[in-house]
Design a protein around this ligand. Structure first.
Ligand code: URP
Ligand code: ZN
Ligand code: ZN
Length: 463
């Protein structure tokens, strides 16, 4: 591989902001300086642009089996879209089907992603069956296979763990130095509310959020934080939506526990009013779990990000075409849950967070790249602009104004949750391991360029 010089950009890291040049030799960054006079095979002038570390989306679902169908992006289309949006690494979930072992679960996801992913990728494993066999698999997964994070569910019959099993898993994962991530909704509360709504014939989309109230999340968060305290296991709540859950997280943090939170753009930028939209094809786009919330909860998510209680912005990218969503036109419980977003994350957060003065550039870099890299064992290879790190860079024009249109996005889905929104700031050029991945709105990589990342143990030195 050759050399590449990125000149005159404004380099943004978690602690610094400075004008300078970056010299890339092969796949990694070899010099960072105010002015580099070495000649390179290619020079990119980044004057007037920010240079961010390549985004890391710690929560995606490519080609995920759900309710007899699959999320509509696979590892080719979904990772192409990720790169267009400035995300150079994803961490997808390999979901165990009860009865399967964890290694064969991981192999299924390797089969989906290997020779197909365009961006770099890792896997969390979702453990749905805690028994002697699965427990005995964990050591090899952590030490040899590079899977150091294990997802657990407190909702969904096919996925959820009872609290005894969760505690057992947490004890084992702590012993191995890994981290537990949790879908934090109280499944029993939700199941009761769903049954009640079905009995009353309340089956339109507007009832979805009423069956999954914010109290179902805060109740589960309380329980999870208690287990984190009891076991000492590092614990991370995925796709947080509610002020109540954020408060329990904050309290647990104040006790000195290694507990962390993630939220997603849909919980910062969207409004629950959409569920009552008369057009099913619009309302159903927002059917995801947990649901989009009201303003008071959105404010809680922003507060969490600003204070550092919530450390990661991921997407929970899990798109379904409208035709797939229509499976539930007469019954919201049959609509596949999930929404697209892998391509929108950086631009939305920049435009509505940084440009609006709600968060600063350092927070932007932390939540989109540095913090997920640390928590999921990718740092300092990923998530930072530093000598020796992978040359994963986003050249970002903070002044370009554009409008989000589904037709000009690359996700394999026939709507965009932010359609027509005016955005200030645009991903212009993306480098992955020193290769130009995105330029002039085109993806220049081919399927299989993405590497599987064997992840290390979490690094908790995050702010
Ligand atoms: O509705 C959602 N979030 N679907 C994806 C699976 C999950 O719960 O993360
Ligand atoms: Zn979930
Ligand atoms: Zn998810």
């Amino acid at each position: 591989m050759g050399t590449l010089l990125v000149k005159n950009g404004t380099i943004v890291t978690e602690n610094e902001l400075f004008n300078g040049d970056i010299f890339i030799d092969g796949e990694t960054i070899s010099i960072i300086d105010k002015e580099i006079k070495v000649s390179a095979d290619r020079t990119i002038d980044a004057l007037g642009n920010y240079i961010f570390p390549g985004g890391i989306d710690a929560h995606t679902h490519m080609e995920l089996p759900v309710m007899g169908t699959h999320s509509s992006d696979d590892f080719i289309t979904g990772t192409t879209a990720a790169l267009h949006g400035g995300t150079t690494t994803i961490i997808d979930f390999a979901n165990q089907v009860r009865g399967d072992d964890l290694h064969s679960t991981l192999q299924k996801w390797h089969d989906k992603a290997g020779n197909r992913s365009l961006c770099d990728y890792g896997f969390h494993i979702s453990v749905t069956d805690v028994n002697e066999d699965t427990i005995s698999e964990l050591k090899n997964l952590v030490e040899k296979e590079g899977v150091t994070s294990f997802k657990t569910f407190l909702a969904y019959d096919a996925m959820k763990l009872d609290l005894g099993s969760l505690e057992r898993l947490m004890i084992e994962v702590k012993g191995l130095g890994g981290i537990i991530t949790t879908h934090t909704e109280n499944g029993k509360m939700i199941d009761a509310l769903i049954s009640k709504h079905i009995q009353e014939g309340k089956l339109s989309t507007k009832y979805h959020p009423l069956t999954r109230p914010n109290t179902a999340e805060s109740d589960a968060a309380y329980t999870l934080m208690k287990l984190a305290e009891k076991t000492g296991c590092p614990t991370y709540m995925v796709h947080m939506t509610s002020t109540g859950a954020a408060n329990y997280l904050k309290r647990a943090k104040e006790k000195g526990l290694n507990v962390f939170g993630e939220t997603c753009p849909q919980y910062l930028f969207l409004d629950e009013k959409m569920y009552a939209h008369q057009d099913f094809d619009i309302a159903s786009q927002y059917i995801m779990s947990p649901p989009v919330r009201a303003l008071s909860d959105r404010d809680g998510m922003w507060k969490g990000i600003k204070e550092g209680t919530i450390q990661v912005l991921a997407t929970d990218h899990c798109p379904f075409m409208l035709e797939q969503k229509r499976a539930g036109i007469d019954d919201f419980t049959k609509i596949p849950n999930g929404a697209p977003g892998v391509e929108d994350r950086l631009e939305l957060l920049y435009s509505e967070g940084v440009d609006q003065g709600i968060i600063g550039l350092q927070t932007f870099v932390k939540v989109t790249a540095t913090n997920p890299a640390k928590l999921f064992g990718l740092y300092p290879k990923k998530g930072v602009i530093a000598v020796g790190s992978d040359a994963d860079l986003v050249i970002f024009d903070p002044n370009e104004v554009h409008q989000i249109k589904c037709e000009s996005r690359n996700m394999r889905v026939d709507y965009n949750l932010y359609e027509d929104r005016i955005i200030k700031g645009k991903v212009k050029t993306v480098l992955l391991r020193g290769k130009v991945a995105i330029e002039n709105n085109e993806c220049l990589l081919t399927p299989g360029f993405g590497n599987y990342l064997k992840r290390g143990l979490p690094d908790f030195s995050i702010s």
